[in-house]
Design a binder for this molecule. Structure first.
Ligand code: AMP
Length: 498
């Protein structure tokens, strides 16, 4: 099934998102606001914050469609009192622009109130949802994060006594990519799935603990980076500080390399590697792999900036910031139709024609997906009088779907699946084209190849996807009601299984 077959706009929620959490700070909501502000690049569709004080007091929530700065104001933040908070900023994808899918999501279950914010994509959401519905759960959204919420809010159903007391056992049922921040009656919990597809970091600020998708969120609030949450780790923060549980079977790490290529903010550090530095090295690798004689290197801003810098440094070709970006427009992927997408690509950038006229130009971007952006940029350069236009791309050709949270179109819509390399060059109208290869890309990160999920380039899926349990099966259903059970006690949500 494709998005076009979807009868409702609420279909196809996916989860390229930013998450943030605070434990033990009087300004938890304001800190979360700024944390989300720094994570805005991870999601521009909706934003939300949930706060809480002592166990049993009702969680306070505000979430709405829009950018973080539009969703919150001082009055709203002042109403979100509490020492604990979790927040979420959600990415817009193929047309699913719906407040019901905004996060964090809340429920009131046998373990009391619970709120979760999710980054990633489950691959067994349909199967779990069927099972939960059979057991009486009623779903409000079409979102697989709600499946996680139901799993956590209910007893696990396992015979093992500790397992049924603790939500840790429930998390073991989830398969796929899930970086979560969770708020229970007493705790803030951070979870990274055992493959570690998406990032999560722990920090400290004035005695309070913070969790964030990326370290750039800590920089803004002057939080001190403590460490990464490891793949498979559940960190439970309460008044005694953080403690770790390891409920999952150990898996081979599969961090999404596309976070380094495109998704993460350049000032973030992931696995002690600065993203901007990795991107600059990708540009250097690209220059070594596909050198070209040219007068200037022009980035496609902002995604190609650092790779272009590396390319220019490696070949000693001057760097020219010839495209000027209008920063007040969302990413081009936000547009639902091809027509609007083309329009957004054109509206986003203007070219300083004098910089490129009569020049041999290398234009560098991080990736080509459908080819819309690259084609428009080559056309701009030609129309401005560039003598030659050489396209360079700082990752390999995208040929496979991402099942773990990055928004790529169906594989048949990926340009590299439609055309051979020389035909891609013709389609873009370029004089030459060169993509980075997988080994060079990995080398640029300075991390071992075994660390990464490279599925969008090579089709090797760390968690195999059963087409019969495709998430779209469940996304067509629309539960409307809610399962609210009032808790009469407040045990630790994440009581140890040991
Ligand atoms: P396209 O125009 O379809 O070829 O998309 C490529 C452009 O979109 C490049 O400039 C990338 O930086 C950017 N891009 C790549 N992947 C994504 C994604 N998952 N979401 C939003 N933008 C993306």
């Amino acid at each position: 099934m494709t998005p076009a077959d979807c009868p409702d706009d609420a279909c196809f929620p996916t989860h390229e998102c930013g998450v943030f959490a605070v434990f033990g700070h009087p300004n938890a909501a304001a800190l979360t606001y700024y944390g989300l502000f720094a994570l805005q690049h991870r999601g521009q569709e909706s934003a939300g914050i949930v706060t809480a004080n002592e166990p049993g007091s009702p969680f306070k929530v505000h979430k709405a469609m829009g950018l973080v700065g539009q969703v919150f104001n001082q009055q709203i933040l002042e109403s979100l009192q509490g020492q604990r908070a979790i927040g979420h900023t959600r990415y817009s994808t193929t047309g699913s622009s719906n407040i019901t899918n905004a996060q964090p999501m809340l429920a009131n279950g046998v373990r009391g109130q619970i709120a979760i914010a999710h980054n990633g994509n489950l691959i067994n959401a349909g199967e779990l949802r069927d099972e939960l519905e059979t057991r009486g759960s009623l779903f409000q959204t079409t979102n697989d994060s709600e499946v996680l919420l139901h799993l956590l809010a209910q007893p696990s159903g396992a015979n093992h006594a500790a397992e049924s007391r603790s939500a840790l056992g429930a998390l073991r049922r989830a398969r796929g990519a899930f970086t979560l921040v969770i708020m229970s009656e007493r705790e803030i919990i951070g979870v990274r799935d055992p493959f570690g597809f998406r990032p999560l970091v722990l920090g400290k600020l004035e005695g309070a603990w913070v969790l964030a998708s990326e370290t750039c969120a800590f920089d803004l609030i002057h939080a001190e980076f403590v460490r990464e949450i490891a793949p498979g780790e559940v960190v439970i923060i309460d008044e005694n500080g953080p403690r770790s549980e390891w409920p999952f079977r150990q898996e081979k790490k599969a961090f999404c390399i596309f976070e380094y290529v495109y998704f993460a903010r350049p000032d973030s550090f992931i696995d002690d590697i600065n993203v901007a530095a990795a991107r600059t090295r990708m540009g250097r690798e690209l220059a070594r792999l596909h050198p070209v004689e040219a007068d200037i290197v022009v980035p496609v801003p902002d995604s190609g900036n650092y790779a272009a810098l590396g390319f220019s440094e490696e070949l000693s070709i001057p760097f020219a910031h010839a495209f000027v970006r209008n920063h007040y427009i969302g990413r081009t992927f936000l547009a639902p139709s091809q027509l609007i997408r083309d329009f957004n690509v054109r509206i986003k950038l203007n070219l300083i024609k004098e910089m490129v006229r009569d020049k041999r130009v290398v234009v560098v971007d991080d990736s080509i997906v459908r080819g819309t952006t690259a084609r428009a940029r080559v056309t701009n350069l030609r129309e401005a009088g560039a003598k030659e236009v050489h396209m360079r791309v700082s990752c390999p050709p995208h040929r496979f779907a991402c099942h773990y949270g990055i928004d790529f179109p169906d594989p048949e819509d990926l340009l590299a699946n439609q055309l051979s390399l020389s035909k891609i060059c013709d389609y873009l109208g370029a004089d030459s084209i060169g993509y980075l290869d997988t080994d060079s890309l990995v080398r640029a990160t300075e991390l071992p190849k075994e660390n990464f999920c490279l599925a969008c380039f090579n089709g090797n899926y760390p968690v195999p996807v059963d087409p019969n349990l495709d998430k779209y099966i469940m996304e067509r259903r629309h539960g409307r009601a809610n399962t609210l059970v009032v808790a009469d006690e407040h045990p630790s949500l994440f009581e140890s299984l040991k």
